[in-house]
Ligand binder design. Structure first.
Ligand code: MG
Length: 379
C-alpha cells in the first residue's frame, strides 16, 4: 500500500495504532479504527532524498530513512517524525515495531504530557527517534489545541533566535567551492572534518568568505590528542568558534585533556544523548549539541537547555537530516541557545512541510499554533 492509499484507507489520516497491531510483510502496520476522545496514532515510512551526498569522517550517504507520524485528537492532527541516520542504530523496521507496540488510545486527555511521554519512554529502552516522533506530534497537537506556537507557550522571544549554520561536508575542492557559493546567505558555516583534507577545506572557506565564523564538527574523526590540540590552535586563528566531537565518544580522558588546553570550546554531540549525560560531561565538554532524535523530543530537550545553562555550559541545538517538521520543532527552542545548526530540512529534496524559515541567515519563527508547520499539499 502506498502512503496516499494508506492515509485514505484510514479515513483522512485519523488512523489508530493501538495495541495489539500486526506488521504486514511490507513492514506497514495494520490498524484498528480511530476512536473519538482519545489519542489516535498513525505513521508511514518516508525516505528522505538528500540534495548532495553527505560525506562525514566515518561514512557517506544519499538518503536518510524516516518515519512520518500523526497524532489525532477529536479531528485535530499533530505531526511528528523519526529520522534515522545509520550511526544511531534505529531503522524503519525498529521505529515501526516500536510505534506499533504503543497503546495511545488509553489517553483521553492529551494535556497529560508527562503521563503520556513517561509511558512511551518506559515501553522499551533506547528507540530515541521513535520516541521523539510521538513527542513532536504531541507538541504540535497540544499547541494547536491551545492555539499558540511553542516558543510563545515557553515564553521565548522570537527576536532572539540565532543565526543557523550551514553545513559543508568533506568533499573535493570543486564541490567545496560550489557549496561555499550556496552558503553565501548564511552568517555561520559548519565544516565537517576528520579526514586528511581538513586544512584545505578551511583555507578555501577563509579565502571565499573571509569574515564568516566557522564551527568545526570532527564527528569523532581525530585520534591523537596532540594533533587535536594543534588543530584547535590552528582553527582559532581561522575564525573558528568551537570544535564539536573531536574524538570517539568513549575517549573521555582525551577529551577532558583537550578541553583543558584548547583555546576553543569543545562541544559534545555523538557522546551526548539524554538528560543525565549532562552531569557526566561537566569538566569534559564545554557544551552540548541537543538534537530531538537523541533527546526523545522537545519535552526532554527543554529540560536539557535549562539544566545545561544552569551549569554554565554552552547549548547548541542541532538536527539530523529531517523535514521541516522536526527542524521547526527544534527551532522553537532556539531563542535561548548559544548556537543553532538547523539546516537539516535544507539538505533534503522532498520536504513535506513549510515551517521555520532562514532570513539573512537568522532563524525566523512564524506565529502558527503548534510547532509552526503547514503540510505542503500533495506531498
Ligand atoms: Mg555533530
Amino acid at each position: 500500500m502506498n502512503r496516499r492509499n494508506f492515509i485514505a484507507s484510514a479515513g483522512l489520516g485519523l488512523i489508530a495504532a493501538a495495541s495489539p497491531i500486526s506488521i504486514s510483510a511490507l513492514g506497514e502496520p495494520t490498524r484498528p479504527t480511530a476512536k473519538s476522545g482519545c489519542l489516535n496514532l498513525s505513521f508511514f515510512p518516508y525516505e528522505l532524498k538528500l540534495r548532495h551526498a553527505f560525506n562525514l569522517a566515518r561514512y557517506s550517504r544519499t538518503t536518510t530513512p524516516d518515519v512520518q507520524v500523526q497524532l489525532e485528537y477529536d479531528g485535530v492532527i499533530g505531526y511528528g517524525e523519526a529520522s534515522m541516520p545509520p550511526y544511531l542504530g534505529e531503522s524503519v523496521e525498529s521505529v515501526t515495531k516500536f510505534l506499533s507496540s504503543l497503546d495511545l488510545q488509553q489517553f483521553t486527555d492529551p494535556f497529560r504530557i508527562d503521563d503520556i511521554l513517561t509511558y512511551v519512554d518506559n515501553v522499551a529502552p533506547n528507540n530515541r527517534a521513535a520516541k521523539a516522533s510521538i513527542d513532536i506530534a504531541l507538541h504540535d497537537l497540544l499547541g494547536k489545541l491551545m492555539g499558540q506556537p511553542w516558543y510563545k507557550i515557553w515564553g521565548y522571544n522570537p527576536d532572539k533566535t540565532p543565526n543557523t549554520s550551514f553545513t559543508i561536508g568533506i568533499d573535493t575542492e570543486e564541490v567545496v567551492r560550489q557549496k561555499v557559493e550556496e552558503a553565501r546567505p548564511y552568517k555561520v558555516i559548519k565544516v565537517k572534518m576528520g579526514l586528511d583534507k581538513d586544512q584545505e577545506t578551511i583555507n578555501i572557506i577563509n579565502e571565499m568568505m573571509p569574515d564568516v565564523p566557522l564551527c568545526v564538527d570532527v564527528n569523532q574523526g581525530w585520534t591523537s590528542k596532540e594533533h587535536a590540540l594543534e588543530m584547535c590552535h590552528w582553527l582559532k586563528d581561522r575564525n573558528c568558534i568551537f570544535v564539536e566531537q573531536p574524538f570517539d565518544k568513549e575517549m573521555i580522558d582525551e577529551t577532558a585533556w583537550l578541553r583543558e588546553r584548547s583555546p576553543l570550546p569543545i562541544i559534545a554531540d555523538e557522546a551526548f544523548q539524554r538528560l543525565p549525560d549532562i552531569l557526566r560531561f561537566q569538566g569534559v565538554y564545554d557544551g552540548i549539541n541537543i538534537k530531538l532524535m537523541k533527546s526523545t523530543g522537545l519535552y526532554e530537550a527543554h529540560k536539557m537547555v535549562t539544566l545545561a545553562k544552569s551549569l554554565g555550559m554552552k547549548v547548541m541545538i542541532g538536527c539530523m537530516t529531517e523535514t521541516s517538521c522536526a527542524v521547526t520543532a527544534a527551532a522553537n527552542l532556539s531563542p535561548v541557545v548559544d548556537f543553532a545548526d538547523l539546516d537539516g530540512n535544507l539538505l533534503i529534496a522532498n520536504d513535506r512541510f513549510d515551517g521555520m524559515t532562514v532570513e539573512n541567515g537568522k532563524i525566523t519563527l512564524h506565529d502558527i499554533p503548534g510547532l509552526g508547520i503547514t503540510p505542503i499539499p500533495g506531498k
